[in-house]
Structure formats: C-alpha cells, structure tokens
Design a protein around this ligand. Structure first.
Ligand code: SF4
Ligand code: SF4
Length: 481
C-alpha cells in the first residue's frame, strides 16, 4: 500500500469507462476506472504517471499534507472571493409601467399610463444611501422596470446622487439601463453617454421570433422599431456600450441557430442562450411558451456546437458556456448572481422595488408580484442596512449552500454550480429541496455534462476557442486557414 492521503474530492462514473473527479479547488481529472479503483485502495505506485497528476492537482498528498491542505484552502478562498464584493449589483425598479406587453414578462408589468407604480425620488435616494453602505468598492446600479425610460426623472436624479456619493466615499460606481429601447429618445441616450450608463436590451431573434413574444400594448410586434432604436443607441453610445439578451421560448427553442445568426448579423459581440424563468406572465402562459428542461439542454448543446464551429471563422462567444468553462478551467472567482453558492441572492445582488421594498433577487421580487412576499427583506424607508443585509439575509444564506443541499453535497459538479432558494420555494414551498428532479439541476447537470464531453474530445482549435472566450482574447484562435 502506498503512503498517501486522499484529499476531498467528488466523482462521477462516465459511460465511457472512466471517472470524472473534481476536488475542492475545482480542479478536474478523468481517470480510467481501474486506475481510479487502485487510487482509492491506496494501491497506485508513486512513480505512476496518474499518481503524479493526482498529487499535483491536489487530489492526494504525501508527507507534505499540511502544505497540500494550505494550498487547497488558499485556492478555495480564491474561488469564493466574490464574497468580498458584498453586495455589488443593485437593481432599482424605477417603475413597473411599460410601453410593451411581452407574453413572457416576468414582472407582470403594469400599463404604460397606470398610476401607483412609480418610485419617487425620495425613495430612490434612500435606496442609494443604502447601496453605498455595502462593503463593495464597486457598486453597480442597474435601472429596471417595467420600462425605466418611462420614469426618466428618477433615473437622472439617482445617477446624479450616486455619482456624488461615489466621489465622497471614493467608490467606483457604474450604471446599466435595462430597457426595451423602443421608447428611447435621443436626449435620454445622450444622458447615458454623458454619465457612462451602459444599455442592456432584449432581442429574441429575427423578426418572426422576436415579434412572437415582444409586443406593444396593442399586440403588435416591436422588432422594426427596436432595430431603429438599436441603431440610434449604438450611434450615440458606441457599439460596445449596448448589449442584448435573449429569452428562449417554445417559439425559438428549435431555432437557436437562427437566433445566433441574427445576433451575428446585427454585429452583437456574442450571445447568452437563456432559458425561460417561470415567473409572471411566463408562468401564466407556460402552456404556450414553455418546454421541458431536458429539451432546453439538448437544444442548448446543439446550438453551442454550432457556435463552436462558427468560432473557427469569427470570434463570437456564448456567454453561459464561457462562465462555466471559466469555472472549470481557471482558478478565479466568477461572480454570477444566478449560479453561486452561497446563492447570489442578497450577497451579490439585491433589488429595490418601486415602493422601496428590498428583495434578495429579481426572482424574489417577481414572486412578490405574483402575491407572495416571503422573501421581502424590508424597506429602505423603514429599515436600516443592518436589519436588511445582516439579520434577515443571514437566514436565507444558511439554506443556500450546496454543501448542505441533497444531492449537491455529493455532486461532482458542486464546485461549478449554485443554488436558487427562491426557485426552490416557488416549486416546493421550501427554500431547500431535494434537487434530484429539479429543473434547475436538470439544466446545470445536463449542460455541465455536455461541456465536459466537449472538453474531453476537444481538438487544439476547440481548446483555443474556449480559452479565447475565457480571456476575451480573439487572437488566441488562428483563423487564417
Ligand atoms: S419590455 Fe420588459 S418589462 Fe416591458 S413587457 Fe417586455 S419584458 Fe415586461
Ligand atoms: S444542482 Fe444538480 S448539478 Fe448542481 S450541484 Fe446540485 S446536484 Fe449537482
């Protein structure tokens, strides 16, 4: 028997007679089944090539166990360093009114001229005061709705006040305007340019796909006017300050290649293939818009393979795969609010509703809009920072760690995955649940399995493409042939 100690790791037997192992640092290895068995029985000779890889990747240690444990702890801390940026993303719902009525609207927005759905300036400034109490040095304020362009005076007042506070407190604040763009005026976009406000908008695909869900209040598709305003926004702000997100519905699920082509045609930098969230109108219209998560995974991976092929000619990342590949291949933290452990809810992002209510995530606010205020942490007008972000948030954090969730505690993908207590609560009435058949788990397990398959069979160019996405360096891929 060899004298080595196993360090903590999780594993999964694949259908190709080998074993995927992932340790606490997020390092992974594939090992032939027989070698794996010998390794577990402490029978692997120390001069074996596999043993050398296992030891150098911290799956086991010899007499230097103290050093190995320190290295493991240091790398674990690095992967969790997003926690030091507590809380960086703050979303403000300046109005719930919207000039559109998209069939999947997750916030069940109110009519364009409805009353009682606007945030007043006083509430917005109180929210900013609270935001600047967060320890982060880099608060990001994201204006959401409804359609924030319809309540512009609160956006401008908030930006001015946040800039002033940032100067006084020596923090670096940034702004994002989440807008459907269709009501945008030249003046509003010029304000965004002057105050360095980035624009995040929505594009679901070509005219047929976009117009299937993204309609105005009279039920007319918005694609044509969207393209006009996109051109204006790019003209004023610059192409790199205007990004777009898509939502996959039953109308686009079988056409993700075409959606990708449309993004390329319009000169987008890349694409984020997002699944539908079961909130708001999307929940009400699930029969028309929805699909099983198994089908989404299948179609997502199909589209990803297509995007990989495209990248042999042009740099065009798929952002969800980029995030997961970064977690798999690099030792660094990737703070993605929707997929973290502990959950990003409140820790990485928080949302301030139009009436000053504070929620740990956009989904928690959507749930409140559906009539259940279970996750409301308080209100900027009546509660202080400590009460909201320490006392109440702590209770949620306790139940949002993968290490205490079944079967995540034993899952080989734990180092790359996350939890969503709001989604769990929506589906089961409990913030923690057995994840075995949860759509959240089906999605992430399916996609991560697909990505590991891709990595295992990757040729040099595929590997270069993946690294070009992770680093954002298009030059890593030789596209001359
Ligand atoms: S633009 Fe946004 S807020 Fe307005 S209806 Fe569509 S999804 Fe809802
Ligand atoms: S949600 Fe599923 S894939 Fe993610 S860690 Fe838990 S069991 Fe694994």
């Amino acid at each position: 028997m060899s004298g080595y100690t196993l360090l903590p790791f999780r594993f999964r037997r694949t259908d190709q007679h080998d074993v995927l192992m992932v340790n606490e640092c997020g390092d992974f290895l594939f090992l032939p089944e027989q070698v794996f068995e010998r390794f577990l029985r402490h029978e692997l000779p120390e001069d074996d090539g596999h043993f050398f890889r296992l030891k150098s990747h911290l799956f086991c240690a010899g007499e230097d166990i103290e050093v190995a444990l320190h290295k493991t702890a240091a790398r674990y801390r690095t992967r969790k360093s997003f926690l030091r940026e507590f809380t960086s993303l703050h979303m403000l719902v300046v109005t719930l009114r919207c000039n559109q009525r998209c069939s999947y609207c997750q916030v069940s927005c109110a009519g364009k001229d409805a009353s009682l759905y606007d945030m007043d300036v006083e509430t917005a400034l109180k929210a900013v005061d609270m935001i600047f109490q967060s320890p982060t040095k880099h608060p990001k304020l994201e204006f959401q709705g409804g359609e924030p362009l319809l309540h512009w005076e609160v956006v401008t007042a908030t930006v001015a006040y946040a800039e002033k506070l940032a100067r006084r407190l020596e923090k670096k604040v940034s702004f994002v305007l989440c807008t459907n763009l269709t009501a945008a005026t030249r003046e509003q976009l010029e304000f965004c340019r002057e105050h360095n406000v980035a624009v995040s908008t929505s594009l679901d695909g070509d005219a047929a796909v976009h117009d299937a869900c993204r309609k105005d209040r009279l039920g007319r598709g918005t694609y044509r006017v969207f393209l006009e305003k996109l051109a204006l926004a790019r003209d004023i702000l610059g192409r790199d300050r205007v990004g777009a997100l898509m939502t996959t519905t039953a109308f686009s699920l079988d056409h993700l290649r075409d959606v990708t082509d449309e993004y390329l045609r319009l000169g987008m930098d890349g694409i984020f293939l997002r699944s539908l969230n079961p909130y708001g109108f999307a929940a009400e219209e699930a029969a028309t818009l929805g699909y099983s998560m198994e089908r989404f995974v299948e179609k997502y991976l199909e589209a990803l393979r297509y995007i990989m092929e495209l990248n042999r000619k042009v740099f065009f990342p798929e952002y969800f795969a980029t995030l997961l590949f970064s977690r798999i291949l690099s030792p660094f933290a990737t703070g993605f609010v929707d997929l973290q452990s502990p959950a990003g809810a409140g820790i990485s992002g928080a949302i301030y509703d139009f009436d000053g209510s504070v929620f740990p995530s956009d989904e928690a606010r959507m749930l409140a809009r559906m009539g259940d205020r279970h996750f409301c942490l308080g209100n900027v007008k009546t509660d202080d920072y400590r009460e909201i972000f320490v006392t109440r948030l702590k209770k949620l954090t306790f139940v949002s760690c993968l290490e205490t969730t079944f079967p995540c505690a034993y899952c080989v993908y734990q180092a790359y995955c996350g939890t969503d207590p709001v989604r769990n609560y929506l589906e089961t009435g409990n913030e923690q649940r057995n994840m075995t058949h949860a759509p959240f788990c089906i999605k992430h397990k399916g996609i991560l399995t697909g990505l590991f398959d891709m990595l295992r069979h990757a040729d040099d160019t595929t590997r270069d493409i993946i690294w070009s996405w992770i680093t954002g360096n298009a030059e890593l891929v030789n596209r001359s042939c």
